[in-house]
Design a protein around this ligand. Structure first.
Ligand SMILES: Cc1ncc(COP(=O)(O)O)c(C=O)c1O
Length: 433
């Protein structure tokens, strides 16, 4: 429950704070004061299992001791020297080279997801042959709120997107197939239509996409989708820019989701899972793209906070633990348990129209009834709020709840969180009947 301390704080800030917070913060009405591992505590002393991992940032849970130590140590030494080299930066480059597919061997560092998407778009514009002035993107994609990222955004963030110069292909949203087909008899027609777009329009420089569409509700492509589109891009000289801001860093069970979906990107953007919640982002690319003479100009990858030593230290500590503790294996093992438990919840709760995901990234789509599939944001909100009151934090957006717990949670916490979710679903069904 939101107790009196939290209420007081929320009332005080409401006098000055601009509106426009995320739906989950606005509906959740909580003031968190600390986090350790999977557990968050609020200002009234209530505890929560955090199945949203911050904002899908806390792959190692909250305040992992090794990340805290690395940041504290760095904070004592050096905070900002523009983008000069630091000892940690060389090590981070080598660690990324070990974690990423071999051909993605060149890196630039930034602060946020939208900033690194912008950097990727600048790189594309720099290397694109003359006349290739359009970008391909996918419906339901989300890439951030800066102007360049919004060129690609088709997902409604409440006001007009700037999708003027982008070509929007069908995303693999099987549950609401825009072609009203069913997998596998559809033959993955959505991919064929994207392929056609790419082949028919000679002026597309790059396809920018989320391998699994995260913000729109964890839309997982069926087998064959990316293989076909990737081949069409290669054949037509269209660069593949995988926006793995959300999926990158192991969330789906491989370091990049691209690796298990048959995508061989030219550029990849990474942010959320990189530095345990410290603002830090990576642009990774093939050397022939990121070392192109048009990009190799003074300042093209520099900015005030790009490459800042604190972010580098947090990323180095985070990724060192991820690798040493073999957390990708842990994601796959716990992901299988989560998948099985969610399948049972889907069987038992008719308000769950669809449950889908990969690794430790899952989306629950709420509907009024399973025949019409009418979206039920009011049910998603009610379950979200009830789960919070019971001590489980999930991520809310429209009629979708996302589950994305830290990779470090143990089997007992996973079980307990799913029991709380089950209870929230049952109680919501009772009061809305
Ligand atoms: C796939 C993807 N790209 C880009 C962004 C934008 O990142 P940021 O909010 O750090 O600007 C997000 C944010 O959720 C995202 O999910």
């Amino acid at each position: 429950m939101t107790g009196s301390r939290q209420r007081d704080l929320l009332t005080r800030e409401a006098a000055h704070l601009a509106p426009g917070a995320s739906e989950e913060a606005a509906v959740g009405e909580r003031v968190f004061t600390s986090g350790v591992g999977t557990v968050l505590t609020d200002a009234d002393g209530n505890r929560y299992l955090d199945f949203a991992a911050g904002t899908l940032t806390q792959s190692l849970g909250h305040c992992h001791p090794e990340v805290v130590a690395a940041l504290t140590e760095q904070a004592r030494r050096l905070w900002n020297v523009h983008d000069f080299a630091t000892a940690d930066r060389a090590e981070l480059c080598e660690l990324l080279a070990a974690l990423l597919p071999a051909e993605l061997d060149t890196y630039a560092y930034f602060s946020t997801g939208a900033e690194v998407v912008e950097a990727a778009l600048r790189a594309v514009a720099a290397v694109a042959p003359p006349g290739r002035n359009r970008l391909g993107a996918l419906r339901y994609g989300f890439h951030g709120k800066t102007q360049g990222a919004r060129l690609l955004v088709h997902w409604d963030i409440g006001y007009q997107s700037l999708a003027g110069n982008s070509v929007l292909g069908y995303s693999p949203y099987c549950y609401r197939c825009p072609l009203e087909l069913t997998y596998p008899s559809c033959g993955v027609r959505c991919a064929d239509l994207v392929r056609k777009h790419i082949a028919d329009k000679p002026n597309i420089s790059a396809l920018v996409f989320e391998p699994v569409l995260g913000a729109a509700g964890v839309i997982v492509p069926p087998p064959g989708y990316w293989e076909r589109i990737g081949a069409a891009c290669r054949a037509n000289g269209v660069l593949l820019v995988a926006d793995e801001v959300l999926t990158g860093g192991g969330r789906t069970g491989t370091f990049l989701a691209s690796e298990q979906l048959g995508i061989e990107p030219d550029l990849v953007t990474l942010a959320k899972g990189m530095a345990s919640g410290f603002p830090f982002a990576v642009l990774a690319g093939r050397r022939e793209v990121l070392r192109h003479p048009e990009i190799d100009r003074a300042g093209s990858t520099a900015s005030t906070f790009a490459s800042n030593p604190l972010g580098i230290a947090a990323a180095l500590a985070t990724l060192t633990v991820l690798r040493r503790d073999q957390l990708l294996t842990q994601v796959r093992v716990l992901g299988d348990v989560l998948a099985a438990r969610l399948a049972t919840l889907h069987d038992r709760h008719p308000m769950l129209g669809d449950v889908r995901g990969l690794g430790l990234l899952w989306g629950l789509e709420f509907v009024r009834d399973r025949t019409t599939r009418t979206p039920a944001p009011e049910l998603a909100r009610a379950v979200y709020r009830r789960a919070l009151d019971l001590g489980l934090r999930t991520a809310l957006g429209g009629n979708i709840l996302r589950l994305a717990p830290p990779f470090t949670l143990d089997a007992a916490e996973l079980d307990q969180g799913l029991d709380l979710l089950d209870q929230a679903l049952t109680e919501t069904a009772e009061v809305t009947r």
